[in-house]
Write a protein that binds this ligand. Sequence first.
Ligand code: S3P
Length: 436
Amino acid sequence: MKITNSYSFRGELSVPGDKSISHRGIMFGAISNGLTEITNFLQGADCRSTISCFQKLGISMESQGTCVLVHGKGLHGLQAPAQILDVGNSGTTMRLISGILAGQPFESILDGDASIRKRPMKRIFTPLSQMGADFQCWEPAVFPASKKPAASGCAPFTIKGGKLTGIHYTSPVASAQVKSAVLLAGLYAQGETSVTEPILSRDHTERMLAGFGAEITSISTTASVKPEPALEGQQIHVPGDISSAAYFIALGLITPHSEILIQNVGVNPTRNGILKAALAMGGNLTLHNERTVSGEPVADILVKSSSLHSATIDGSLIPALIDEIPVLAVMAAFADGTTVIGDAQELKVKESDRIAVVTENLTAMGASVTPTQDGMIIEGGKPLHGALIRTHQDHRIAMAFTIAGLNATGETTLDDRNCTVISYPSFYEDLLALTR
Ligand code: S3P
């Protein structure tokens, strides 16, 4: 795929439904009684992996466009899977489903693609083992033909659920996936379960589980859940994904003569770091029509071309924009001054090592970038030139560098654009519709 900088971008769009909320809608619907109806569901490859895993656990679902009906079977209605649960590229599927499987009276085997097999799962094995579940990792090179035990802390692995005991877990990382896995296991445990994080991560699990009827409370960075709730199916309208909106925010800000209205975007305060960072960089960005939909704050975001300047992005802002850092780094390359991104070591264990991969690709385009242990330093304001972008099959790298290429001189080529199906299958159509 080749990209050049001959356009400005004007008009309105709605980005697809939020990935985190779409996953949770399927999972929580599956373990609730009766029907859950999800509208504006994200039909991306990751959320489809969640659907397929729950089908293997005996849940029936119907899908028409972006509407999904989940026929929930209650907290104890899942069946032992006859096949491996393949999560594809999806860390959210693997980590959250493990929390649910920890409470089941059967064994399940989880696996996924080459990227997921490298991602750390010890972070969920530790608390879920303390609660009473058992894990065994397998040597990936010979799996599934042969099951050779491995001490990798990574997929593929078998999880043996059982009788769980509630714990109080102090998580070393601010991770909504870890927090959610423990809270979901807590639904099946004896006694209360709570999780304290170093910084509050996205709180969709807390908000949505409460909506399904769980007894769940949050005080500051601690969330607690009581066991054996009677969860009831819900109607959920998924807001647009701010992580997908971020590409159009960056595009509108850095491309001259552009003005983009992004409608129906989830602006949950645990997710809206990109808005704060863009404003701190001098971006002309305003929120309109603020409202609450299915328990989540939603707004329309108007972005106009701006002269950006550098900022320091670190501390408690990081969990609220962790997935947006690749495109934020692109914005920083177009901003005057030196932007420092810190406290973001989690970037190393995403779909790719995003510190290394962002550095590699921005450098290929002529930017001055220094990778650090927990982020990067970007000296902005130098014009970028087109280059061959190596996406490492990471959807967020492909989309972030498409935005960079649209503002660089010459031609930019992505080695793979298909990975955008993970979170935003219609990204290129939506982009094209805004070209002027
Ligand atoms: C997610 C949590 C974040 C985020 C991921 C989605 C979720 O991961 O990066 O894309 O839906 O809970 P971590 O929990 O690893 O920070």
